[in-house]
Design a binder for this molecule. Structure first.
Ligand code: FAD
Length: 502
């Protein structure tokens, strides 16, 4: 029997990745008795460029009951072991942000100490990447699912996916409609508010229809049709820390290699992404309009593709920052309507997933207890601030001499929380852990070391004095190399398990 105050009508405004991820999750995880309606406008379309993800997406897909291989086939997907950063510190220098951890199981602390010691004594010249399973596999273009045996180095890496965002939304639409979600095609032209409570009551469509509801999820993209245009929630602009505000994107034909990782290459006024899918490579140049115009960005992008361009470059404009309240009255903003942190670490789809799961954990009834809303907003704010700090770290620690953007970023004031993280790591190799950080310690380690924020000293782990650091490192390096060498190539793995139809 339904609880008296249980919500019975949920309306999702927008059918991009955010809208359909929300619809699929709510229709699968909410108790029966709730009607879910999704309104979208084909005429307006979707952003459709969210192609790279981070590992927690696996849990989200599992919650939806998706089969991994079927999902990859349906979305022309590929595997992602991390991100390679090219020329970010200075031209000619590269590093890898891996998914998973470094070293053998259980010796994360030893690794940093031994590597630091051996480097200082001039006994090794290898980069930290060489001691990380995800990079060793990535550099050999290999892939297989990790093992669950915690004694094996093949359990130390993690993975995510690259996929075609439009195909993902279409796939989730199918899943959601099978579970009873009602899709309404139409353009929302007006939001009707209750005169007393200020809550949204109904959305009016261009053809005169009206869709009413009790809880509204705003997945309408950058405009924030409900959260901003109707409720005037406000937006914190973070452009002073993350100045990029444009991207030009273009797909190109596949190349001979099939990399199991995203590549991010620094350019004069921003950076270029390269995301390999089964049927094409996704590319884009994220830049700051203060330092470059759109046609020059498009020209740079087209001059730096690994295959023939398959479309005209498309420009996207954004303002990095966050909506002041992700949940305001009876509207929860999910996706681009809740804010946008540029795509450097592929966090947007993850933040959608995190928003959906948080909403489910704090699900309101008709009384809309403000404590639920406040808790939702508190966690969302912390989560976004941690991602913000992680992104700024990449820019701020650059040593590039070419390009005004880079000089600005190296000299700009940064948030205190990030300043503390940088200082702790530089002084003692200490990785500060903060609440609701999406990124694990290994991720922060990768970027601190990759961007040359190297520790001045490093706490020795127990028994360290009895071990020869260079020998220890060499044994580790060669065992990772030989284990990786036995794995199939990324291409072979996809061919045998989840090749998409041509
Ligand atoms: C350059 C760039 C690169 C990115 N790369 C990544 C990445 O690698 N990884 C990642 O995780 N994320 C990435 N993102 C973010 C990702 O694309 C988005 O988070 C994701 O696509 C979700 O978008 P959305 O559904 O919120 O908005 P949209 O895709 O814009 O969808 C909005 C929906 O609302 C509907 N709508 C709007 N107005 C109306 C109206 N008046 N009436 C009816 N319907 C309406 C539209 O039709 C559409 O269905 C990137 C974003 C950008 C800009």
């Amino acid at each position: 029997m339904p609880v008296v105050d249980q919500l019975t009508r949920i309306v999702i405004a927008g059918g991009g990745s955010a809208g359909w991820m929300t619809a699929a999750a709510l229709s699968n995880l909410l108790a029966p008795g709730c009607r879910i309606t999704l309104i979208e406008s084909e005429e307006i379309g979707i952003v459709g460029v969210g192609e790279a993800t981070i590992p927690p997406i696996k849990q989200f897909n599992k919650l939806l009951g998706l089969d991994e291989f079927e999902f990859i086939r349906r979305t022309q997907g590929s595997y992602k072991l991390g991100i390679q950063f090219v020329d970010w510190v200075e031209p000619g220098r590269r590093y890898f942000h891996p998914f998973g951890t470094y070293g053998r199981p259980f010796d994360f602390g030893h690794l940093l100490y031994f590597w630091h010691q051996a480097q200082r004594q001039g006994k090794v010249s290898n980069s930290l990447d060489e001691y990380c399973m995800a990079w060793v596999m990535a550099s050999q273009e290999r892939f297989a699912l990790p093992l669950s045996d915690p004694r094996s180095v093949l359990s130390t890496y993690d993975y995510a996916y690259h996929f075609d965002a439009s195909l993902y939304a279409a796939y989730l639409r199918e899943v959601s409609e099978r579970r009873g979600v009602v899709r309404v095609e139409g353009r929302i032209v007006e939001t009707r508010l209750n005169g007393e409570t200020g809550h949204v009551e109904a959305l009016k469509l261009q053809d005169g229809r009206e869709v009413s509801g009790e809880l509204f999820i705003d997945c309408s993209g950058f405009r924030g049709l409900l959260i901003e245009e109707a409720l005037h929630t406000g937006y914190d602009d973070w452009t002073q820390w993350l100045p990029c505000d444009r991207a030009v994107a273009v797909p190109c034909a596949s190349a001979a290699n099939f990399l199991p990782y995203t590549r991010s290459t620094a350019r004069t006024a921003g950076w270029q992404w390269r995301i390999p899918l089964q049927h094409r490579i996704g590319n884009g140049y994220v830049f700051s309009s203060n330092y470059l115009d759109e046609s020059a960005a498009a020209a740079t992008l087209l001059a730096n593709l690994d295959g023939k361009a398959l479309a005209e470059p498309r420009t996207l404009r954004f303002v990095t920052g966050r909506r002041r309240l992700g949940w305001n009255r009876n509207v929860v903003a999910i996706g681009l309507s809740s804010g946008f942190l540029e795509p450097l670490e592929s966090t947007s789809l993850h933040l959608i997933q995190a928003g959906i799961l948080r909403l489910l954990a704090l699900f309101p009834d008709r009384n809309f207890d403000p404590a639920l809303r406040d808790e939702y907003n508190r966690v969302a704010n912390s989560e976004l601030e941690r991602v913000r700090d992680f992104l700024i770290l990449h820019y701020h620690l650059n040593r590039r001499s070419e390009g005004e953007l880079w000089r600005y970023c190296a000299n700009m004031p940064i948030p205190d929380t990030l300043r503390e993280n940088i200082d702790h790591f530089r002084q003692q190799g200490r990785l500060v852990q903060r609440e609701y950080d999406v990124f694990v310690r290994a991720s922060w380690l990768a970027v601190h070391v990759g961007q040359l924020n190297l520790p001045e000293a490093c706490e020795p782990p127990p028994q360290a004095h009895a071990i020869d650091s260079a020998q220890w490192l060499e044994r580790l390096r060669s065992s990772l190399q030989s284990e990786a060498g036995r794995l199939p190539s990324h291409r072979q793995y996809i061919e045998s398990h989840c090749r998409a139809a041509a």
